[in-house]
Design a protein. Structure first.
Ligand code: NAP
Length: 474
């Protein structure tokens, strides 16, 4: 197993192989693309017994979670295969010709979409299967007809290599060029920078920190020929618990929220980092129940020392803040951090940008508000987020309209029940939001629409029949 850093020559060779494979792969009959996605899913399933223990050794996420994540990865590979077979990867919109001069008359226009070419994909530390070598970004790029060069996350190098070897075996069995999937690895910024700068790379998909994502996004835009950068970065995922919901289900909601805050040791981009409650009896009872749930929780160890250091710094910042009260600071259990709950008021939250920063890990900040107007002010102060949850906004009232408008302005997904962790892979899914939750609010990194990131629209004017029949695939 080669776990050494990829050299500049190796990175160049990987991108060049992907560029050579791009036209071959894009021209394949669509059934071959689907067959590859299904073969990759089968290979992952078949290797479960070796991959899951390896992933557990490298990430400490636990075999239950990792088995579930492997199943999800298989599900999404097969789901993309079905989408490809249904024609989603080759959209076609036809405007027939109308005799006469514009604006009423026109030539026939057929809008199609073509694969972008080689995609650089940065694997996520917190999803060793579902957002790594064969994760959602790779599945959606392969479905769109694009080769992928994966930058393995240094948090699980052995697993990345093992999954890549399986995938290389599938490519060979299906007689596909090995450049369809390439792997580069290394810890340190040089490998990622070289990848984003490579002239053969046509777009980048990234999941990780705001700092890392921002640096690479700048790099993608500073190239002589800038390329699209699809970054999924930090998010604080506010949950607004309205009195109507707390009256009906307060204790159950507190239990669900505590579970969502500590899920995966808080290392999900959708973990709720802020909960907004009224400063009244119902709100106070809810916060007490939430605190009890968190005090009893036993999060597991974090993914790597860097994430743990970031978490420690985040909670220390809140502990020491004059306007913040510490409600729960559960003692750390060996390598695992304890769960944390803090509280502040709306005025302090709005005044201090530092209180609105993501603390990646099992921590949440309660913000108490007097009324709806203050709730809206709190939401207005928050930067773009992947999700906003509105509990108790089910009635068609002017107040709820205002809340929904505020939530939609802020987030890519608005929930009216349940918790934001657990992101379904479907056609309607939207996982992305305004900056800084993602670098491109119009795209999603989860669900079948993720393919659209790697397709570029082309309008064919008066195209020959053969080209339209082939959906633009020459
Ligand atoms: P990260 O530090 O952003 O790293 C992600 C990937 O990007 C790694 O492969 C990393 O390579 C590379 N990278 C980071 N900064 C770079 C730069 N300036 N230039 C070139 N490459 C760069 O994320 P992480 O290691 O997963 O976790 C660190 C923090 O990210 C967490 O504490 C958390 O705040 C956040 N995070 C967010 C999400 C999310 O879903 N939004 C997920 C995971 C983590 P090297 O490590 O090799 O340098």
């Amino acid at each position: 197993m080669n776990l050494t850093d990829s050299t500049a020559t190796q990175i160049r060779a990987a991108c060049s192989a992907a560029a050579s494979a791009a036209p071959v792969y894009a021209r394949l009959p669509i059934s071959h693309r689907a067959a590859l996605l299904r073969a990759l899913a089968d290979a992952l399933l078949g290797a479960r017994e070796t991959l899951v223990p390896l992933a557990d050794r490298e990430t400490r996420l636990g075999t239950t979670r990792l088995n579930g994540e492997l199943d999800r990865t298989v599900f999404q590979l097969r789901g993309f295969a079905t989408q490809v077979e249904n024609g989603t990867a080759q959209p076609l919109l036809d405007d027939p010709a109308i005799p006469g001069a514009p604006p009423l008359g026109r030539q026939r226009l057929t809008r199609i979409a073509v694969p972008l070419g080689p995609i650089a994909m940065f694997a996520a530390s917190n999803f060793p299967f579902a957002f790594s070598v064969l994760g959602g970004d790779t599945a959606s790029a392969l479905a769109a007809g694009c080769p992928v060069v994966v930058k393995a996350h240094p948090g699980h190098p052995g697993l990345s290599r093992a999954v890549f070897d399986l995938a290389a075996g599938c490519l060979a069995e299906l007689h596909l060029p090995e450049g369809v999937l390439q792997l580069v690895q290394g810890s340190g910024v040089d490998v990622g920078l070289a990848l984003v700068r490579d002239p053969d790379i046509e777009a980048v998909a990234f999941t990780g920190s705001l700092r890392g994502g921002q640096a690479l996004w700048r790099e993608a835009n500073a190239r002589p020929r800038p390329i699209p950068f699809y970054g999924e970065l930090g998010s604080i995922n506010p949950v607004v618990a309205l009195p109507a919901a707390l009256q009906a289900h307060g204790p159950a909601l507190a239990t669900a929220l505590a579970g969502s805050i500590v899920l995966g040791c808080g290392q999900f981009c959708t973990c709720p980092g802020v909960v907004v409650v009224r400063d009244d009896d119902l709100g106070q009872a809810f916060v007490r129940q939430l605190a009890e749930g968190l005090a009893a929780a036993t999060p597991h160890a974090m993914l790597h020392a860097g994430i743990r250091a970031g978490f420690n710094a985040g909670v220390a910042r809140l502990h020491g803040h004059a306007a913040v009260k510490t409600l729960v600071a559960a003692p750390a259990g060996g390598e695992a951090p304890g769960a944390h709950l803090f509280a502040t008021d709306a005025t302090s939250f709005i005044a201090d940008e530092g209180l609105r920063e993501e603390v990646f890990g099992p921590s949440c900040l309660v913000v108490t508000v007097k009324d709806l107007d203050e709730t809206l002010d709190v939401l207005a102060a928050v930067q773009g987020s992947l999700t906003v949850t509105l509990w108790g906004a089910d009635e068609d009232t002017p107040d709820n309209h205002r809340l929904v408008v505020a939530a939609q302005r802020l987030a890519g997904r608005v929930l009216f029940s349940g918790v934001p962790t657990g992101v379904a892979v479907t056609a309607a899914q939207q996982h992305g939001g305004p900056w800084p939750s993602s670098t491109n609010a119009a795209s999603t990194s989860v669900g079948y629409a993720a393919m659209e990131r790697f397709l570029r629209p082309v309008a064919l004017q008066d195209a020959p029949a053969w080209l339209i029949q082939r959906r633009g695939q020459a």
